[in-house]
Design a protein around this ligand. Sequence first.
Ligand code: ATP
Ligand code: MG
Length: 413
Amino acid sequence: MISRPKGTNDLLPEDIWRWHKLEELIRKECALFNFHEIRTPVFEETKLFQRGIGEGTDIVEKEMYTFLDKAERSLTLRPEGTASVVRAFIENNLQEMGLPVKLYYLGPMFRYEKPQSGRYRQFHQFGVECFGSPEPVLDAEVILLASEIYKKLGIKNVIIKLNSIGCQACRPQYIAKLKDELKKSKDSLCEDCVRRLDVNPLRVLDCKEEKCKAITKSLPPIYDYLCPECKEHFNKLKQILNLFELSYVEEPRLVRGLDYYTKTVFEFTVENLGAQNAIGAGGRYDKLVEEVGGKPTYAVGFAMGIERSLQVGGALWQKEPDVDLYIISIGDQTKEEALRQLRLARQKGLKTELDTLNRSVKAQFKQADKLKAKFCLILGPDELLQGQVKLKNMQSGEELQLPLGDWLGGIIL
Ligand code: ATP
Ligand code: MG
C-alpha cells in the first residue's frame, strides 16, 4: 500500500464542496474590492525565496522543499505567495496596469514542517498583494477584505492584532535598544533567541517560549521609537479601521522580523483553534520589490490559511444536493429514450443522473433516494408507447403524468 506523503491531505468529495464555497466567496469578495487573480508557478528559483522571505527566517532556514532539476538548477516548491507575486509583478511590468495594482492568489504552498493539527506540509493559502501606494487606506482595505471573508465564513471572535514595526529610519534605534536590554538577560533566553539576538533581534519579541515572553514583557514598545512619519501612518490606519468599524487589538510585540517589512503588521487569530490559532497574517513591505530586483514600489499584502479557516468557519453552510433529477427506466425498451431525456435535461441545466449499472427498478428508486434527487422521471414501456412519462416529486411524493415532450414544466426547483 502506498500512502500519501506525511503532512499532506486528500481533499475528498465529502469535503471539497466547502472548498468550492470558500473559493467562490473569495472570488466574489475580491471582485467587490477590485482585486485581480494572478497564478504563478508552484516552484521558483530557490534564490527568489532566499531573498524574498529572508535568510534568517524559519521558512528559509528549515522549511523549504528544495531540489535540483535535471539541469542542476536549484528550485523550491513555493512556501508562500508573496515572493512569487512580487517576482511576477516585476517580470511582467504589471505596474503598467496602473497603480495601485491589486492582485490575489489562491493555491497550495509547501513547507517542511512537523505535521500536526492545522500544520501541514502541503497546505493552501489565499492572499492579496497591493502595489504602488504608501497610503494607510490600502493597508486598511487589505485588513477589511480579510475581515469580510472571515465574517462571511461565519467565524466568530476573530481577533485582529495590529502593530507598526517602523521603517529603516526609526527601527534601527529600537533594535539597538532591544539588543542592549536583551543582552542583560541573555542567560534566561531560549537557545533560538540567543541566536536571534545576533541575526534578527526583533524576532525575540515573537518567541512562544514562556521564559522569553517574561523577559520581553517589560521592554519598551516599538511605538515609542517610531519616527513621526511612521507614527502618523499607524494612527491614520487606526482611524480608518475605526471608520470601517473594525475592532483590533494593539499588540506591541507582534513583528514580522524582516528588514523589508515596514510599518503595518497584523495577524488574525481565533481562540478555539488550539496552538495553531493564526488564520491569517500580513503587513506592509515597502522594501521587498527593490530587494527582488524591481524599482522601489510600495506594497502591502496578506495571506490566509485555508485549512485553518475552514476548520472554524463554514459550519452553517449547507451542501447542495448532488442531483435535481434521476431518470428511472422500467424495462429494456425504455433505455434509449432515457438517454435522450438525460441529454435534454442536462441541456436545460438540470443536474441529472440515471442508472448505469443495470439495476432493478426498486434499486433505481433506492439510488435516487441516496442521491437525494429532488425529482424522478419514470419511463414505463406502456406509457411511453402513448408518449407519456411520470414525474415524481420526491419530497412531496406527488406524481404527475405528463407528455414526453413537455415534462420539464413540471419541475420547480
Ligand atoms: P505559524 O505561526 O502558524 O507558523 P506563519 O507565520 O508561518 O504561521 P504565515 O507565513 O503568515 O504563517 O502564513 C499565513 C497563514 O497560513 C497562517 O496564518 C496559517 O493560517 C497558514 N499556515 C502557515 N503555515 C501553515 C501550515 N504549515 N499548515 C497549514 N496552514 C499554515
Ligand atoms: Mg510557520
